[in-house]
Design a protein around this ligand. Structure first.
Ligand SMILES: Nc1ncnc2c1ncn2[C@@H]1O[C@H](COP(=O)(O)OP(=O)(O)OP(=O)(O)O)[C@@H](O)[C@H]1O
Length: 266
């Protein structure tokens, strides 16, 4: 489904601030895989998602999505195939637009740059059905401006927006990290439900090591621009957070340092 071949990304090449953020990433993600991504600060996790989404051009390597070489496609063209949710609830939704306008934009993303006048009855029905699945009562508030919603409601809407056109791949970049723990748990539960319902191939960056192990079917660990660990199957099932930290130290020769990491849990 997604194949990354020898991806290199260098920021400010040749300058005094040169930073090699990705150093030859090779990754094959099968259709339906839900891969969690963990790693220390500055490991390259967000850069990796940005390279897949087309925010950053690569300095070497290929991005192949569903058999198509999308390495040189611009971000807005990839957007029709790639759903994305960011850490900041303000980033994925437009505050001054209503819930249904946001969903209409998401549904038409990458297809037409114009917002067609009006929203059809069939679209409105679809929005209501999908919003009802969130269980937050938003299906009765289609004309509410998104700026009036809570952070959690807004992030739940962002997940719905990223998935309403059934993307080939869903990219989640610490999308619950800015929420309080209870709201984060609710949004995570909704996210898992949506992924399962549409069997979405997903890459999810998380700072929560326990969550990384119990969400999805595979966990990769990054450090200094490389993938240093790739866990799936029975080996992953047996792995605890303490094992992960030990594995990190063995593979990187470093202590795991991550300012937002949640290390508790098994
Ligand atoms: N736009 C940019 N310009 C210059 N350097 C960048 C840019 N984006 C990221 N970097 C650098 O590239 C490296 C990887 O950053 P990235 O944000 O991908 O790491 P990360 O694993 O997501 O880190 P964290 O979990 O701390 O957010 C870091 O050293 C970072 O400072």
């Amino acid at each position: 489904m997604l194949r990354l071949e020898n991806i290199h990304k260098i920021f400010h090449p040749g300058g005094i601030n040169e930073k090699v953020a990705l150093k030859g990433i090779n990754l094959f993600v099968r259709a339906g895989d839900v891969v969690t991504i963990i790693g220390s600060n500055g490991a390259g996790k967000s850069t990796l998602l940005n390279v897949i989404a087309g925010v950053y051009r690569v300095d070497g390597g290929k991005v192949i999505l569903d058999g198509e070489d999308i390495t040189h496609w611009p971000e807005h063209i990839r957007a029709a195939r790639i759903g994305r949710v960011f850490q900041d609830p303000l980033q994925g939704t437009a505050a001054s637009m209503t819930i249904e306008e946001n969903l209409a934009l998401a549904l038409r993303r990458g297809r037409s740059r114009r917002l067609r006048p009006g929203i059809t009855q069939a679209e409105r029905q679809l929005f209501k059905e999908r919003l009802a699945l969130l269980g937050l009562g938003l299906e009765n508030r289609l004309s509410t401006r998104v700026g009036l919603l809570s952070g959690g409601q807004r992030q739940a809407l962002a997940v719905l927006m990223a998935t309403i056109a059934t993307p080939k791949i869903l990219l989640l970049d610490e999308h619950t990290a800015a929420l309080d723990p209870r709201t984060a748990a609710t949004v995570m539960e909704l996210t898992e439900r949506i992924i399962a319902r549409h069997r979405l191939t997903t890459l999810m960056v998380t700072h929560n090591l326990a969550q990384a192990l119990h969400t999805g079917n595979r966990t990769i660990m990054m450090h200094e621009g490389r993938i240093i660990l790739d866990l799936c199957g029975p080996e992953r099932e047996r792995t605890t957070v303490a094992d992960l930290l030990r594995m990190f130290e063995q593979a990187s020769g470093d202590a795991f340092t991550y300012d937002r990491a949640l290390l508790s849990g098994s």
